[in-house]
Every structure is written in structure tokens, then in C-alpha cells.
Write a protein that binds this ligand. Sequence first.
Ligand code: ADP
Ligand code: MG
Length: 155
Amino acid sequence: MSSALRTVELPTESDSLAFGRRLGAALRAGDLVLLDGPLGAGKTVLARGVAAGMGVTGSVTSPTFVIARVHRPESGDGPALVHVDAYRLSGLDEIDDLDLDTDLTDAAVVVEWGEGMVEQLADTYLVLRIRRRDDDVREITLEPHGDRWADLDLG
Ligand code: ADP
Ligand code: MG
């Protein structure tokens, strides 16, 4: 079930990072977030913000070649972030091999380009659709699936 959509304008990269930080601060273990948008849209920038919001201090780069990376918060408290780039995955078998369902027991999972592959991992998930305008402003549409996201206020 999908409830009301909302679109947020992010004029600069630092706005995207700040948006990601607010989302990251709100994430809990078991949360699944899908990032959709073409190459260069800003999916990894958002994931970097999410990591910062979760207290991860290490660098967050696109996990294209390793598929998935686990980032643990510096403090040791709070859920880990599992950041996945599904770009190179060809199908559900490969998603199964990642054991993301196990990760979701104690981590939040953020997946770039995972649509059609990872939704079944959780009852509720959030899709962020990123559109890059000609003026480089990013428009992010929040598409919540399920109740979990109803009260999420990302300003
Ligand atoms: P993706 O992971 O979607 O392929 P990246 O996050 O790796 O994209 O790259 C986005 C690129 O766009 C970065 O080089 C970033 O500096 C640039 N950029 C410019 N404006 C913005 C903005 N408003 N939000 C996010 N990124 C932006
Ligand atoms: Mg990326």
C-alpha cells in the first residue's frame, strides 16, 4: 500500500547530504530504503548523508563493485547501515546470496537501483525517486510503502 507522495527540492549537494542525514537519524534496524534515479542522480550522495545521520564516520562510496558494504556507527550504538548497489545484480538469486533479510534484523538497508528485487525483504519500505533537473537541482519524491513512514518528518 502506498500513501501520499511528497516531493522535496534539494538545490545543492550539501542540501542532499543534509536531507540524507535527517533520514539516517530517523532510521532503525529493519528499515529498507530504495534509491531510484539515473546514474549521477545523487543516490550515493544521499546514502552518504544517511550514513552520517546514523553516526557512521568512515567514507561511503558507491558499492558498485562489491555490491554491498556494511558501515557501523562509530559509537557502537544504534543500527548498522548496509549500503547496496544493485546495478550489477542480474536477478533474485544474487539478491538472495547477499542475505539482506539477516542484515535487516540489526541494520537499516539502503539499496541503490534495487526496485523489483528487494521489496519482498520487508513489509514496509521507502522509495526515494531522484530526478536531476537541468539546473542540477534534485527533486526527490518520497514514496512510502506501509505504515512505518507515516510520521517521518524530513523537513
Ligand atoms: P548516483 O549514485 O545516483 O549514480 P552520485 O551520488 O554518485 O550519483 O553522484 C551525484 C553527483 O552529482 C555528484 O558528483 C554530486 O557532486 C553531484 N551533485 C550536484 N548537485 C547535486 C545535488 N543537488 N544533490 C546531489 N548531488 C549533486
Ligand atoms: Mg551510486
